[in-house]
Design a protein around this ligand. Structure first.
Ligand code: PMP
Length: 427
């Protein structure tokens, strides 16, 4: 047995599925997940000593690559001063100031420890603010694992082929209405019928948990207009898109301002951190100012805040996103060209530093189109690429990420591996 296989067998004896988050188990692509021992820049190393060019980046946080020196240094310096206080610190204020300055829809913000906590708290706030119970989400969007949001969700739920979880009371699930992403007609219908009962709409402004689907321009605009008209709280879940698609996140990119937004991943620089924030009058409903309760022992943890600040400050460098966008586009255009040369039915697209790969002639625009993709072809592609040292997300339903640490040589090596892989699939 290889070292990875030995570790995986051992892990499965004490950890369900051997993993602490389901998609890590490689269930959909099959095989043994590499156990990582080290990461540096664009690369990771596994227990067998293999190295890979990493396009997962811890599922999005690592926009500067692994072990970014300034981020690591900031965490070390913070740790030397104490790991946690459960009391306010100046770093939290700095991070709040930075987030409210850069994110268009954010007047006030509260820090939490994960994306799940951020979305869970934002929907409680939407309900508390409006005095209504109904929540709208979109099929295939994933917003973390709180009860109300595990209804027809994406990411690991799609990977495991079961988009709704056991253990969510039917009484609770009935308050979550599920619509089709990009379906403008469906929005008009549901608001016409129940608009005055809808507390909030939560949406990924670019869907990144059913592979990658970009929003039709009228989709986000219609959402904004209907939510305003009916007094419904519009929540952009920017846990993935936040600081990934641009410095002002998806809301800045599309020029549509939500009432609340949720963040995670990049804002913690690889440490556990999430945030929800938005319009002042809504945020003032949170305890201790208002009646909506939300709290956390480790919220605003000094190490997480230090990592987040050290990361975010580097994203403000002129040209950062132009370079990241250009590099990500070079990757997706190169992959598409390689597939074409090898006669493969394949497409790809990038937005900022995130990308989607599709075993379909054109990028999907709906959940149904995602589900119609050739997952068997993806799985063959996945393992061939892994064998050639390219680490992609182990599921056809996930987006990929490029970091500032990826070099032109990394992109060229990835394209060479893909050319070989597509040729193998064709043979
Ligand atoms: N929302 C979105 C859009 C996400 O992509 C994720 C995680 N992938 C979450 C929420 C949940 O975040 P976390 O895993 O940090 O709880």
């Amino acid at each position: 047995m290889t070292a990875n296989e030995t570790l995986f067998a051992r892990a499965q004896r004490t950890i369900p599925g051997g993993v602490n988050s389901p998609v890590r188990a490689f269930r959909s692509v099959g095989g043994t997940p590499p156990f990582f021992t080290r990461g540096m820049g664009s690369r990771v190393w596994d227990a067998d000593g293999h190295s890979y060019i990493d396009y997962v980046g811890s599922w999005g946080p690592l926009i500067l690559g692994h072990a970014d020196p300034a981020t690591v240094h900031a965490v070390q310096a913070a740790a030397a001063n104490g790991l946690s206080f459960g009391a306010p610190t100046e770093g939290e204020v700095e991070l709040a100031e930075l987030l409210t300055r850069l994110v268009p829809g954010m007047d006030m913000v509260r820090l939490v420890s994960s994306g799940t906590e951020a979305t869970m708290s934002a929907i409680r706030l939407a309900r508390g603010h409006t005095g209504r119970d109904t929540l709208i989400k979109f099929e295939g969007c994933y917003h973390g694992h709180s009860d109300s949001l595990l209804v027809k969700a994406g990411s690991g739920m799609l990977t495991l082929g079961n988009p709704s979880s056991a253990g969510v009371p039917a009484d609770l699930a009935r308050h979550t209405l599920v619509l089709n992403y990009n379906d403008v007609e469906g929005l008009h219908d549901v608001f016409a019928n129940e608009g005055d009962r809808i507390a909030g709409v939560i949406v990924e402004p670019v869907a990144g948990n059913m592979n990658l689907i970009t929003p039709r321009p009228e989709f986000l605009a219609t959402l904004r207009e209907l939510c305003t008209r009916y007094g419904t709280v519009l929540i952009f879940d920017e846990v993935m898109t936040g600081f990934r698609v641009g410095l002002t996140s998806a809301q800045g990119l599309y020029g549509i301002t939500p009432d609340l937004s949720t963040f995670g991943k990049i804002i913690g620089g690889g440490m556990p951190l999430g945030a929800f924030g938005g319009r002042r009058e809504i945020m003032e409903k949170i305890a201790p100012l208002g009646p909506v309760y939300q709290a956390g022992t480790l919220s605003g943890n000094p190490l997480s805040v230090a990592a987040g600040l050290a990361t975010l400050r580097q994203l403000e460098a002129p040209g950062f996103y132009a370079a990241l966008t250009e590099k990500t586009r070079a990757l997706t255009e190169g992959l598409t060209a390689a597939a074409k040369r090898q006669g493969q039915r394949f497409s790809a697209q990038a937005i900022g530093g995130m990308f989607g790969l599709y075993f379909a002639a054109t990028p999907p625009g709906t959940y149904a189109e995602v589900m119609a993709m050739d997952t068997a072809a993806f799985n063959r592609f996945y393992h061939a690429m892994l064998d050639l040292g390219i680490y992609l997300a182990p599921s056809a339903f996930e987006a990929g990420f490029v970091s500032a640490a990826h070099t032109p040589a990394d992109i060229a090596a990835t394209l060479a591996a893909a050319e070989k892989t597509f040729a193998g699939l064709a043979a």
